[in-house]
Structure formats: structure tokens, C-alpha cells
Design a binder for this molecule. Structure first.
Ligand SMILES: Cc1cc2nc3c(=O)[nH]c(=O)nc-3n(C[C@H](O)[C@H](O)[C@H](O)COP(=O)(O)OP(=O)(O)OC[C@H]3O[C@@H](n4cnc5c(N)ncnc54)[C@H](O)[C@@H]3O)c2cc1C
Length: 375
């Protein structure tokens, strides 16, 4: 007979894995069931975001309040990455700060106003004019007139983090089950995740990113999780110069270097996807536009060859995390970062597991309760 499971986690990306780490670390018997499709955590750029991302605000002005009210969670999230870096034995985490660049007076005004709002939420932000900026970021091109710096921001190497996380979970005895879950049974008894097999557990945590919508419909939630297929690039190694996480006040870009010297270029250029479960494909115009913009921002990288491009699926939802039981006291819970999911995944996963196990919580999860999704 299969061993009983205390916590079954549907979805084995960074959020589900972080929940598993917390729960298994506290002695629970944990299994992760995953269909290994469009894992955002395997496609992402490793940016640790804290300041409000201009791209999200531009695309979703009606959700600005959700992002702004979540800023303390972002601070807790980067602190959680510090803990994870230590616990996993190093994931190339650096926190040299993040720059959001401006190319004119309008963009500087936007950044000033944004920085004021962020400072009120406790973020370590400043506005830098060109001379000051040039001292810390001499790699920037001549069109950049200034920037907002958020000193809380940083980066990790997700290839290292994912590998070390997998090894740690295996060492803790977390079981991995390959299955595509098509429904959740949440009756009075033990809940079950239904796939090719029926997986029962004392508690189920849904950490399925884009797959969450389909799994929560029958639980009485209307929680839209449309996939957002995005483009990424990585270059050959150059001199290690871009130590910040670099973004732009108006244009879609994230730019940084791994310690290897490879430049990671992304930031929201679209990829092609044909249906929620299909594998996204790279678009040529995204490849060219994304790297051309990167070279204009940091001309020193223009000679580096792009080694690899890929497409992955992001799940931004409403810019606010969803954490907790689907109904008070229910034995099915949710953990959905809401945006910047690789940054937020560890704190969101941990918090969901802490609630399930009745452990003291690192954060107050009340604002993130699933009740805003009740049908
Ligand atoms: C190109 C790209 C770059 C990004 N860059 C960054 C970045 O730099 N910084 C940042 O903070 N965020 C970034 N993100 C966002 C981030 O990667 C994701 O939000 C984050 O990884 C989500 O983690 P997760 O564990 O919640 O979900 P995922 O990692 O997406 O995992 C969800 C899992 O659920 C499984 N699943 C779904 N449905 C089912 C089902 N029915 N049955 C079984 N399994 C199921 C999937 O197989 C998958 O393994 C980026 C995203 C993309 C696509």
C-alpha cells in the first residue's frame, strides 16, 4: 500500500517546491504531482523584482493598487531568497539593486512619482541623475538620462536554484508523481486530486500557475489564470559588468549578467502559444527587438553572440498573490504568486504550507485570501 500523504502539492514549480520544502522540513509526508508542462520556473530570468514593474503598470493600470499594496510581500520575498540561498548552499544570489532607466523628462517624472509611492511602503529607492548613475553603471548607453534605483532588488541563477532545490527535496523524502490532474475532489473526507490515478492526501495545495483556473472552477472559484507566453535570450560570456537588474521606465526589458558573464535578456517580449497546454514558440520579431533594445541600453554587449533563445509561460493573474484555503477550514488550498512569480514563489509557497500545518507565519496572509475569487 502507498504511504499516506499529509500534503499533496499539484504543481512542482518554485512555489510548489517551496511549500514542499517548508512542509517536509517540518516533518510532513509530502508529494508533488506535476505534468511537467510550461513550467515558468524552468523558463524564467532569475530577476528578483521589488519595485513596481513599469511593464505591468502599463499593461494593467487598473491593477496598480494590487501591486502597490503587495510591495511589503516583495520585500519579504527577497528576504526569503536570502534564506533559500543559505539553505540551498548558494544560488548565485546578489542584491546590488535594480535600475529602472529613463530616456527623457517624462520618464524621469514617472519614476519620481513611483519612487515616492514605493518609499512609503518601505522600499529603499532613490532617483539618480545621469552623472551619479554613470558612476555605478558605466555600461549604460548615452540616451539614458537617469534612473530609479531600488536597492532591495537583485538576481539569482535559476538553473542553479532549481537544481539545488530538486536535490534538497529528494533528500527530504518528497515524492514526485508524474500525472496530469483534471479535477480536485474536496468532499468531507480526505480530498483527492484526480488524474490517471486518484491521489488522496490529508491536504491538497494547488500551486499550478496557469493550470489553476481549470482546477478551481469546480471548487466554486472564478480565478482566471491565462498563460502569458514570453521570450528570453542568453548570450555568450562577456566581462562581468552589469551587476544590477536593469529595466526601463517605458520599454519591455530586463537585463543582467550571471557571474559567468553571460547576459540574460528578457522582460516581456511575446512568444507564440496555441492553447493553454501547448508549448510556446519563439517569435523572430521578439528575438530581434529584445536584443536590439538591450544593445542600445548597454552598448558594450552588442558584440556578444546570442547562444540560446527560448519561450516560456508566465502567469501574472491580478498582480496580487493568492494564498490560503479555498474556504475557511477547507482541506484544499491555493498558492499563486500573482506576478513576478519566481521572486514571490518561495514566500508564497512557504506561507501556504505554514497555514496548512498551523505553523507560525512569516507574513500576514489575510490580504491574499482566495475569497476575492468566489464565484
Ligand atoms: C520567460 C519568463 C521569464 C520570467 N522571468 C522572471 C523573473 O526574472 N523573475 C520573476 O520573479 N519571475 C519571472 N517569471 C515568472 C515566473 O517564472 C513564474 O511566475 C514562476 O516561475 C511561477 O512559479 P510557479 O511555481 O507558481 O509556477 P510554474 O513554475 O509555472 O509551475 C507550475 C507547474 O504546475 C504544473 N501544472 C499545471 N497544471 C497542472 C495540472 N493540471 N496537473 C499537473 N500539473 C500541473 C506545471 O506542469 C508546472 O510544473 C518569468 C516567466 C517567464 C515565462
Amino acid at each position: 500500500m502507498a504511504e499516506a500523504i499529509d500534503l499533496l502539492i499539484v504543481g512542482g514549480g518554485i512555489t510548489g517546491q517551496s511549500a514542499a520544502l517548508t512542509a517536509a522540513g517540518a516533518g510532513a509526508r509530502v508529494a508533488i504531482v506535476d505534468m511537467a508542462q510550461n513550467v515558468g520556473s524552468h523558463a524564467n530570468a532569475g530577476s528578483l523584482h521589488v519595485q513596481m514593474q513599469s511593464r505591468f503598470l502599463r499593461l494593467n493600470p487598473h491593477l496598480a493598487e494590487n501591486v502597490e499594496s503587495s510591495l511589503p510581500l516583495y520585500l519579504a520575498a527577497v528576504a526569503e531568497w536570502d534564506v533559500l540561498d543559505e539553505a540551498l548552499g548558494g544560488v548565485e544570489l546578489t542584491r546590488e539593486g535594480g535600475l529602472m532607466l529613463a530616456e527623457g523628462a517624462d520618464q524621469m517624472a514617472f519614476l519620481r512619482e513611483k519612487a515616492e509611492r514605493e518609499a512609503k511602503k518601505g522600499l529603499a529607492v532613490d532617483i539618480l541623475e545621469r552623472p551619479e548613475l554613470e558612476r555605478i553603471a558605466p555600461y549604460l548607453g548615452p540616451n539614458i538620462v537617469g534612473a530609479e534605483i531600488c536597492r532591495d532588488e537583485g538576481k539569482v541563477n535559476p538553473l542553479i536554484a532549481n537544481r539545488k532545490m530538486n536535490a534538497r527535496l529528494s533528500a527530504l523524502g518528497v515524492r514526485h508523481i508524474a500525472d496530469r490532474i483534471i479535477g480536485i475532489e474536496a468532499g468531507d473526507g480526505k480530498p483527492a486530486a484526480i488524474g490517471q490515478a486518484r491521489h488522496k492526501a490529508a491536504h491538497i495545495l494547488i500551486a499550478a500557475a496557469w493550470g489553476t483556473e481549470a482546477l478551481t472552477r469546480s471548487l466554486g472559484l472564478r480565478l482566471p489564470t491565462p498563460p502569458e507566453p514570453l521570450h528570453m535570450n542568453i548570450t555568450e560570456a562577456g566581462e562581468y559588468a552589469i551587476k544590477h537588474l536593469v529595466q526601463h521606465a517605458e520599454r519591455s526589458i530586463t537585463l543582467k549578467q550571471f557571474r559567468s558573464g553571460q547576459v540574460v535578456i528578457g522582460g516581456g517580449w511575446p512568444a507564440r502559444q496555441n492553447g493553454v497546454e501547448s508549448t510556446p514558440r519563439v517569435r523572430g520579431d521578439s528575438l530581434l527587438g529584445n536584443v536590439a533594445l538591450a544593445a542600445a541600453i548597454a552598448p558594450g554587449i552588442a558584440g556578444l553572440r546570442v547562444l540560446r533563445t527560448w519561450a516560456g509561460v508566465n502567469t501574472p493573474v491580478d498582480g496580487k498573490a493568492t494564498i490560503g484555503p479555498v474556504r475557511p477550514g477547507a482541506r484544499v488550498s491555493l498558492s499563486l504568486p500573482g506576478d513576478a512569480g519566481y521572486t514571490l514563489g518561495p514566500i508564497v509557497g512557504r506561507s501556504a504550507a505554514e497555514q496548512i500545518l498551523g505553523l507560525p507565519s512569516q507574513i500576514d496572509p489575510t490580504p491574499f485570501a482566495p475569497n476575492r475569487w468566489y464565484d
